[in-house]
Design a protein around this ligand. Structure first.
Ligand code: 5AD
Ligand code: FES
Length: 348
């Protein structure tokens, strides 16, 4: 096989490698600096030094599911639950708009208290109040009809990480009643309906191998999503994986760079999990090719309760403070925080 530097050059030039070659690139840290530099160059070519900010509103931590990794899983009786009203969510977006945000990501556990018409009212009202904004939903697995209804209400984007493209590995992370096939069905429906669609994985979940990550990359290349969410697995107290080791941030950064080279125009966040895993993690993500950051807009009283994992950052800062903090952090590495809609370059 060609040496790793040659593989990185080929990935840079052609945006593709064989699965074995991808595995070889992911297997060593020796060329990390070179890899990040190439990925950064590709990101700057598409997006300049602009980093899109999205305001995320975590509106409920009730969840009907029991994913083994997740701190808000139904079985976690230590998790203090909260649920915002539709009107509170709309008000939260209004104040985010005042702060300057033009994309709102509405995220929650799979909370069946909100009916389809509630989600639609939320989306419709935010879009009516702020026609220059994009709305992203991240509320889990739904039927095609529900996805269609949210889309018809004006929703622009949808995030649903596939978590792993290997169905055996999926079974190690989720109870039997959750289905890998349904998750993949959801992603295809979302893209088909016309959403800017996001998939993604955690790095370092229990049982994950490099071969699994390569399967994820092959899927991502083929599926060609508009957004990809990647963060390290971080253990959450009172979950079956509480004592498992956390994911490797170096590998997470390497993966961000490989994804940037494979999908040059994809919207790629430097995630909160990456920022929680290490100091300046999000800045490192940007320097590895990420081009999106999602500051928290949730009311401060709820933030500490939306703990998918332990050690989450920004749980005591308000939206304006987070926004100023991110802007300063990005400036310190020569990037600019921008608050436009920040659509995928091919999306019109
Ligand atoms: N560590 C890191 N990321 C997590 N997520 C859920 N639990 C954890 C954890 N313990 C991620 C999942 C989910 C997204 C909203 O958060 O990938 O799709
Ligand atoms: Fe909530 Fe998995 S525990 S989606």
């Amino acid at each position: 096989m060609a040496d790793i530097k040659e593989l990185i050059d080929r990935l840079y030039e052609t945006a593709s490698l064989t699965p074995d070659e991808l595995k070889a690139v992911l297997s060593t840290d020796e060329y990390d600096e070179y890899l990040h530099e190439k990925a950064r160059e590709v990101a700057v070519r598409t997006f300049g030094k602009d980093i899109y900010l999205r305001g995320i509103i975590e509106f409920s931590n009730y969840c009907k599911n029991d994913c083994y990794y997740c701190g808000i899983r139904a079985g976690n009786t230590h998790c203090e639950r909260y649920r915002m009203t539709v009107d509170d969510i709309i008000r939260c977006a209004d104040s985010g708009y005042e702060t300057g945000f033009r994309t709102f990501v509405l995220q929650s556990g799979e909370d069946l208290t909100y009916k389809t018409e509630d989600i639609c009212r939320m989306v419709r009202t935010i879009k009516e109040n702020h026609p220059d904004c994009a709305v992203t939903l991240s509320i889990g697995e739904k039927s095609r009809e529900e996805y269609q209804a949210y889309f018809d209400a004006g929703c622009d984007r949808y995030l649903l990480r596939h978590e792993t493209y290997n169905s055996e590995h999926y079974k190690m992370l989720h109870p039997n009643k959750m289905s890998w096939l349904n998750r993949i069905r959801c992603l295809h429906d979302l893209k088909d309906i016309g959403y800017q669609t996001g998939c993604g994985i955690m790095v370092g979940t229990p049982g994950q191998t490099l071969d699994h990550i390569v399967e994820d990359l092959v899927f991502m290349k083929e599926f060609d999503p508009h957004m990809i969410g990647i963060g390290p697995f971080l253990p959450a107290a009172n979950t079956p994986f509480a004592d498992c080791p956390r994911g490797d941030t170096e590998l997470t950064l390497r993966l961000l760079s490989v994804i940037r080279l494979m999908l040059p125009k994809v919207l790629l966040p430097a995630t909160t999990a990456l920022g929680s895993a290490e100091a300046n993690g999000r800045e490192k993500g940007v320097l590895a090719g990420a081009n999106v950051i999602m500051p928290n807009l949730s009311p401060v009283e709820n933030r500490g309760k939306y703990q998918l994992y332990d050690g989450k950052i920004c749980i005591s800062d308000d939206a304006a403070l987070c926004s100023r903090c991110i802007t300063a952090r990005l400036a310190s590495i020569g990037y600019r925080a921008v608050t436009g809609r920040g659509d995928h370059p091919d999306y019109c």
